[in-house]
Design a protein around this ligand. Sequence first.
Ligand SMILES: Cc1ncc(COP(=O)(O)O)c(C=O)c1O
Length: 502
Amino acid sequence: VTLDQRIRAVDRNAAQSLTAQLVDAVTEAIASGELSAGEKLPPTRSLAALAGVNQLTASRAYHRLQEVGAVVSEVGRGTFVRTAAYPGQHPNAADDASWQTYLLPAEAGGESGRILGELARHVDAADTIPLSMGYPPDAIIPLELLREASARVLARLGALSFAYGPVEGTHELRAELAKLGRERGLDDDPDSIVVTTGARQGISLVTRALLRPGDKVACESPTFMGNIEALNAVEAQLLPVPVDEHGLDVAALEQLLRRHEIRLVVVQPRAHNPTGFDLSKERRLQLISLARQHGFFILEDAVYADLRFEGEDLGPLRAIAPTHVIYVDSFSKTFGPGLRAGWIAASGPVLERLINEKRNADTHSATLPQQIVAEFLAGGHYAGQVKRARAMFRQRRDALVQALEEELSAFGRFTRPVAGGHVWLTLDQACDDARLYREALAAGVAILPGRVMLVDRPHSTHLRLSYCRLEPALIREGVGRLAGVVRALHAAPYARQSLPLN
Ligand SMILES: Cc1ncc(COP(=O)(O)O)c(C=O)c1O
């Protein structure tokens, strides 16, 4: 149906008034997409002629359309469909949110954004094995210890457990975090620490404090998708740096530094998500030396660093160059993701900027969880907790690596993580990873398509598989299902055609 047809269909003998019929004709044309935002509507005279009504009726209809927000009339130019035009048939229905579609800006991240939005829904879906999720299992949460810590906090602090607190975080928690830092080779006092709502907020605060639209950032590719989202949110210009079994390719970074003024380098030097590799000793020193020579910040993310199965722990990068390295961490992977207990450690003028960004973001992180975490740490429970988590995750890593060797080694290569929670798989034959994701879901296994973790466009087909959350038997079942999908994709004609992965 076209707008003209709808207008011609106006019926003098209908119960509805002619004006109302014209209003409906236009709103329906908007709702169905026949008329798009900004499109010009016929002049009143033409509208009247088309509908077989007088001009007064036509102009009354436009007036009404303007009142309900469907069109705008601009003097001397005409009548246009509003950018935020209400597309529904019932412009005043309070519960119809469809008008938002017209007002919201273009979706950031496109397909990747949609997939990320979907992911959390697979976590507990009965028929889907979530190899896609970096969530630790609920069984790792030390419920009894946290219950006791909570009771002690409430008894000691009473109403203050629920009061406003300092922007930077409670004194108790920052003191405990400084103590933990010293055990890890850091030299931060509590004043260098800002408590955040998860490490994810820490990343956002760093990007907001350091970057303005167009500023250049070198970022590991692949990387944690939260980094890409946070950097896109501040409209930074992302420059990808490859990652191999020795971590960030520092020689490639050096090449970039010759041509670009880089403000920030985003890196996970230990237990990189998704590869599970570390930045080598040699490259760490090269990276720090480049930071000093060129003057850029390093965002060091260490959320998986304590979950090490093998290899030497080289400690935080921040320990080597505290004025260059801003350290972000959390307890999400080790004992309580829902506590949203993260923190930043930073030195120099950037610290004050970070505190301002924290205030601007959410005033401060919730008081009670901060005090519970402080109590848990003060009780000396962290080391034992990490030991338990490590043992559990190591067994799960072994199960995933073995299943991949048995089922998928004929189709590609995969990393054998020394730490962390993920394996990065690269298929020998290119196929559309978004399609692979959908077909895997249909087969009852969720994977993370590699492109959502890549800063540049993919050159081959990658996927990330995560093992922490799942029992070994489920991991094996999930890989079995995935292998079925990969085999079918390789046999199907569309898998052979070369896809736009340039
Ligand atoms: C590398 C990395 N950094 C940061 C985060 C965010 O952690 P949090 O849950 O503490 O916000 C994650 C979580 O998936 C991660 O994998």
